[in-house]
Design a protein around this ligand. Sequence first.
Ligand code: M6R
Length: 616
Amino acid sequence: MCGIVGAVSTRDIVPILVQGLQRLEYRGYDSCGVAVYSDGLKRARSTDRVAKLLEQVQQESVTGTTGIAHTRWATHGAPAVHNAHPHFSHGPGKDAGGKAGRIAIVHNGIIENHEELRAALQRKGYHFASQTDTEVICHLIDSVYDGDLFEAVKEASSQLHGAYAIAAFCKDEPHRVVGARAGSPLILGVGKEGGENFLASDAMALAGVTDQIVYLEEGDLVDLQLGRYWIVDRSHKPAERQVRTVQAHSGAAELGPYRHYMQKEIFEQPRAVADTLEGVQGITPELFGDGAHRVFKEVDSVLILACGTSYYSGCTAKYWLESIAKIPTQVEIASEYRYRDTVPHPGTLVVTISQSGETADTLAALRHAQSLGMNKTLTVCNVATSAMVRECKLAYITRAGVEIGVASTKAFTTQLAGLFLLTLALAQVKGRLSEEQEAAHLKAMRHLPAALAAVLALEPQVISWAEDFANKEHALFLGRGLHYPIALEGALKLKEITYIHAEAYAAGELKHGPLALVTDEMPVVTVAPNDALLEKLKSNMQEVRARGGVLYVLADADSRIESSDGIHVIRMPEHYGPLSPLLHVVPLQLLAYHTACARGTDVDKPRNLAKSVTVE
Ligand code: M6R
């Protein structure tokens, strides 16, 4: 999703700004731009890749010591150059004279009251050159500017409703950038040379530039100048914020022998799960933070809030929490929960799941639950410094490493590992986990990296399935019980990166409607581990075959399902009991990946999607 980089320096900062954008490219964008102070405001914008923007700034000699840059994921207004950021103020009045071109701004997020602000600014004579809500902020700052950009941003922000992060500079104060954070992430990078300072929406943008990072808090305003910075909190009082040394993850951006980040990340899963479980010697609530034992003792139910793939890991965890820990569990799509009338229960452990820890809907759902008095909160999250971790009492940090591919893979399996640990810890506190059971589960968890590696070795067989899928336009995924969410995740992966329409059903639902879709043109992927529901699933498979549907079955080694006419079987190396979902999802990730390669889609940056969805 949108990305911000800003800098105040004594050297030409355009290369740093553009490299910062390149590091944020993985988040997804449809236009980009950079603006600098150079005897006035100068900018370059493009609807092409950041590499093209770099050529453009070189051709047009865009250089400067103060500047801001942006990758935009369109919300208000089409992906077009005139809507790309940075935006400049130009008014009041249409002429280029007077106050024209004074303020430059980039913005992540959404301004909810942009229409009324736009109307008020138009009445004052401001002329709009784009359809964006961002340009409204730019003119608003201009309209209240009286020689002090910090004061102007402070005043303008008090009129904004919505979630945003902004960075602005003014041609009349050439060595100053002002930022504001309300609902979208923004960090400050303390420079290492010449008193320079930086702003960014993600520390990754500053990898190799500075590792001295300040995470701005909700409502913070920051004033960046040469050799100094100044932060005020939401009530405009001076605020001290800790400077942390953050190891930037530039190394993760190397593709190595892989064609795409998604492929690399699929193959990193044995390592990612091993890292996530590293240091787990035994099951103890303290794995989730200080005070977890007391919280776990008090809770009698679990409410899971998440979006997308993280929601499906929550759906899987529900089966574990109810069957192993015997705790009633509800899983809600965060964007639904945040607006739904619910009956709050103070004995509920609210669990958010998020790779990024910045997903706007999940954060809003968490805050909504807190506002209803549910303050026992825990997150399973891949980014230790994220808002999600900061705002939850307890946390389990997965150690997937940076995930660049928009389609989430290693984040999912590491979330499952963290959620299985949570299940065991809750079961233990509730007296529902014997020492023998704990030892058996731990043994299985320690073997997971090797088991995942064995599944990855099935890739050649999955490639032959992908050849069949490449020319299909629809696919059905079936699973039962613990593997129904895995079917859902398999379908999501396929649609995200291949654009094939895919739907997943609990296999027992087939005869209640979707069976009508089945023809020999509809491949039906069936997740068929050798568990208590296998015989039921085999009947569902017969229902498909009887209608000419072609089955692609992920069967366990010992499940006695054979390949035959219209039935393609890939045999999983071993049956893995309750942890089986972590293994069965891997061939589905590979299926989506290889089908996308065969169709020639942009695997790591699928159309219309962003990595981290920081707007509603
Ligand atoms: O960062 P989060 O885990 O909160 O993100 C949630 C979803 O946006 C994310 O899982 C999305 O569905 C992925 N693109 C799925 O591959």
